[in-house]
Design a protein around this ligand. Structure first.
Ligand code: A2R
Length: 317
């Protein structure tokens, strides 16, 4: 690379377009995600690439890192980075970046939106009015309150804390489960099962990956019970989706508000076929313009810092 040439980076999956439009200001950009022949592209640029910019839409594994001998950094769009093999990256001497904090409020807003939507049946009520049933049938069946109900938050990190603040605003009784107790004025449950037995609404906001895979399983769903509500704004892998479908179908769980799924963008037909019990979102918790722009700029800042060998705004390894 000549000294005047911008560093070469490879985009593995698309993210917020307006932020991606800024990439050429700093980098020579190659697109693996839109390449007609990805192998040919990799062979062509392998020596030049110093940075990868990706998102949860594509896994970044050791095999890809092997193909790029001068790679320095993997910059991932999202606070979660379970699509990146961080162990392999570290073994390759690579830095891995993510985009925390800037999305906390948006994810927490949607979590509470899902609590309200499931408990007060807002989408169902909308359909009731649209279908003319208010006029033809009369008042809709009553729903359940949100205020003063017991909520359990699985994961009380950056986003979980924002969710707790909002739950406090809704006058809810707040508990949480994490591996280590925090100095907060909420009930701590060392056991997820005990929390699920005790609360009425369970909100998942832990990282994805092997440690949390199917942490919400049949036993936890049964503990939540027929009136219980599950909200998942974490990762699809956190919930055993088949167990969830069966619990909802059998009436062993009351309702679920889901922003994430195990095989996105595929959503099981069974979940779509239970409109009275499920509120479904297309993984959009952080997807507002301002937040996605801030996340995209952090992807760029992480790349620039790592390539220039400065501290990254957010490095995870
Ligand atoms: O367990 P701790 O004390 O490390 O607390 C963290 C908790 N957590 C877990 N809780 C129970 N069982 C586990 N196996 C487990 N692993 C982690 O999740 C901490 O309270 C929380 C994670 O907080 P942060 O690292 O600050 O993550 P942030 O920014 O709140 O995002 C959470 C996740 C992302 O990774 C994406 O997957 C999703 O939200 O958007």
């Amino acid at each position: 690379m000549s000294t005047s040439e911008k560093p070469h980076i490879l985009v593995t999956a698309p993210w917020y377009q307006a932020a991606m439009d800024e990439l050429p200001n700093f980098f020579t950009v190659h697109r693996l995600d839109t390449a007609s022949d990805p192998d040919a592209l990799l062979a062509d640029v392998r020596e030049k690439i110093v940075g990868l910019a990706g998102s949860h839409d594509m896994k970044i594994n050791g095999a890809l890192m092997d193909k790029l001998p001068n790679l320095k950094v993997v910059s991932n769009f999202g606070v979660g980075y379970d699509n990146v093999d961080v162990e392999a990256a570290t073994a390759h001497g690579l830095k891995v970046g993510n985009t925390p904090d800037v999305l906390n409020d948006c994810v927490a807003d949607l979590a509470l939106g899902l609590v309200l939507a499931t408990c007060r049946k807002i989408p169902q009520a909308d359909r009731y009015v649209r279908d003319g049933k208010w006029e033809s049938v009369g008042n809709m069946a009553f729903t359940t309150r949100v205020h003063h109900r017991k909520v359990g938050i699985l994961g009380l990190g950056r986003i979980g804390q924002e969710i707790a603040d909002r739950c406090a605003g809704f006058k809810m009784e707040i508990g949480y489960h994490t591996r280590s107790k925090r100095d907060v004025p909420y009930t701590y449950y060392p056991s997820l099962l005990e929390m699920a037995q005790d609360v009425e609404i369970l909100i998942a906001i832990v990282p994805g990956g092997a440690a949390t895979k199917h942490i919400i399983n049949r036993e936890i769903l049964d503990a939540l019970g027929p009136q219980g509500v599950l909200i998942n704004v974490a990762r699809g892998s956190v919930v055993d989706e088949q167990a969830l479908i069966e619990a909802l179908r059998d009436g062993r769980l009351g309702a679920a508000g889901l922003d994430v799924f195990e095989a996105e963008p595929k959503v099981p037909q069974a979940l779509r076929d239970m409109p009275d019990r499920t509120v479904l979102q297309p993984h959009q918790a952080s997807a507002t313009h301002d937040t996605r722009m801030a996340m995209g700029r952090m992807v760029i800042d992480n790349l620039r810092a790592a390539i220039d060998e400065r501290p990254m705004p957010s490095q995870v390894n």
